[in-house]
Design a binder for this molecule. Structure first.
Ligand code: EPZ
Length: 419
């Protein structure tokens, strides 16, 4: 694994272009399996998680060809296996998104239960319950999910929680069923609307994606197509916080500010200046010490859980007490201990973290335990005095393409070193 050496306390200035969305790319790459012909997907970010997903597809017999730096041609006509390999599923929970397409294409799927991870147990019960309402039978044995369907049918799917992955998996299966399916209490994340746009191009009739009720009239025969993935709103949000935490001024380009309204709203509450230069250009500057705020993570359009760790780094330097409540995952405060090693004062009480702002953070050796915790530690290092060594950079590489080169272009002193 690599590590980052960061010499902090330098304001970031300049322009950063965000790349393709990891959380749109992963479901859309699996959706290509539903086509009767190859699909070409553009703006695919160069990330470890994307490479893992492409390996999963290849392990099922699918032909994956790289067309250019960020485009892939996926030929699902060679799909031959319904069993996904444990060692790949173990690496990435999102691999479970192949289940819906496999049931549609091969009538069955045998996929290892994705284990827990650093941010929680992350069950798949809502995926399976939704599948069963469409005629799928499910059994579990020795850590595997066996799902099969003699005859799929439309139906009413109610999600107890607006799970992003469950909504995507069920939406993909429903898109290949000729009858009507209604998904209620669906997740509303923009990445679901992006997936829906691709599925509609393939021939499905989908209404309401991006709202809490999605009505699907699928087609047994969906067509391969060409599609360009949306840009990454969480990468954009991360760079917005990077500008604020270093007291700099940065233009973040490539994401509609509406998609991160909750994050921009909270940044303004801390005293950051947020200027919309156009529908996908945001200027962030911070001229004084951040003010404390209260944050509660919620499903979209609430404050995104994927921005919680990054924002906590900023609030470590606020002139007062902030409270952050994490309602989406049960264990997403692993970054707290590492931030405390840098001088932060944080008290975790159950699902809430009370952050007492301090004058400064001091560089230290810290370790990333998951993707967004890693990003939070990089942000803290950029603001801290002296040097910070962030170990476990491969966690960050899962979701940020070339983060160190983008930060260097903004004036940061950050080097990637072998651990
Ligand atoms: C997606 O994960 C994202 N990943 C996550 O981003 C994101 O944090 C999460 O949605 C919430 O927005 C991708 O899109 C690839 P969920 P997902 O199903 O689909 C519980 C990142 O940093 N749940 O909405 O796994 C679950 O345990 C990653 O980019 C069930 O109980 O999230 C969790 O507490 C991290 N049963 C909550 O719902 C289920 O069947 C949210 O999970 C499914 C989920």
């Amino acid at each position: 694994m690599d590590k980052f050496l960061i010499k902090g306390h330098k304001p970031l200035r300049g322009l950063v272009e965000v790349g393709g969305s990891k959380n749109a790319a992963l479901p859309i790459l699996t959706a290509t399996l539903l086509g009767d012909s190859p699909s070409i997907i553009h703006n695919v970010p160069d990330l470890l998680d994307v490479q893992t997903m492409l390996s999963v597809l290849a392990s099922l017999g699918v032909k994956v060809d790289k067309v250019d730096a960020r485009s892939y041609r996926i030929d699902p006509t060679l799909l031959s296996k319904a069993e996904a390999p444990y060692e790949l599923i173990r690496k990435m929970r999102a691999s479970f998104l192949v289940v819906g397409p496999l049931i549609s294409c091969l009538g069955r799927a045998q996929v290892p239960l994705p284990g827990g991870c650093a941010i929680g147990s992350r069950p798949v019960d809502l995926h399976l319950k939704g599948f069963s309402q469409l005629g799928v039978k499910v059994s579990m044995h020795s850590g595997y999910v066996e799902a099969w369907a003699e005859s799929l049918h439309g139906g009413q799917v109610y999600l107890d929680f607006p799970s992003v992955g469950a909504t995507e998996n069920i939406l993909m299966l429903a898109s290949s069923i000729e009858e009507e399916t209604v998904i209620t209490n669906a997740a509303r994340e923009p990445e679901i609307a992006d997936l829906s746009r691709f599925l509609s191009l393939m021939g499905a009739d989908i209404q309401g994606a991006g709202t809490d009720t999605i009505v699907v009239r699928g087609k047994k025969k969906l067509l391969g197509n060409e599609y360009t993935i949306m840009n990454d709103r969480i990468e954009a949000g991360t760079f917005c916080v990077a500008a604020a935490i270093t007291g700099g001024e940065v233009e973040i380009r490539g994401v509609d500010s509406f998609l991160i309204l909750s994050v921009l709203n909270k940044l303004e509450e801390t005293g950051a200046r947020v200027t919309k230069l156009g529908n996908d250009r945001i200027l962030i500057s911070m001229l004084e010490q951040p003010r404390p705020v209260t944050i509660k993570t919620m499903p979209y359009p609430g404050f995104p859980t994927d921005m919680q760790a990054q924002f906590m780094s900023l609030l470590c330097l606020a002139d007062g007490v902030s409270v952050i409540t994490e309602t989406v995952f049960e264990n997403r405060f692993a970054h707290v201990g590492e931030l405390e090693r840098m001088g932060a004062q944080i008290q975790v009480e159950g699902r809430s973290a009370v952050v007492l702002g301090v004058e400064k953070l001091t560089g230290a050796e810290v370790r990333a335990t998951d993707l967004r915790a890693g990003a939070a530690l990089v942000l803290a290092g950029l603001a801290a005095e002296m040097e910070t060594l962030v170990y476990g950079v491969s966690h960050i590489d899962r979701g940020y393409e070339g983060i160190e080169s983008k930060l260097k272009k903004l004036g940061a002193s950050i080097e990637r070193l072998a651990e």
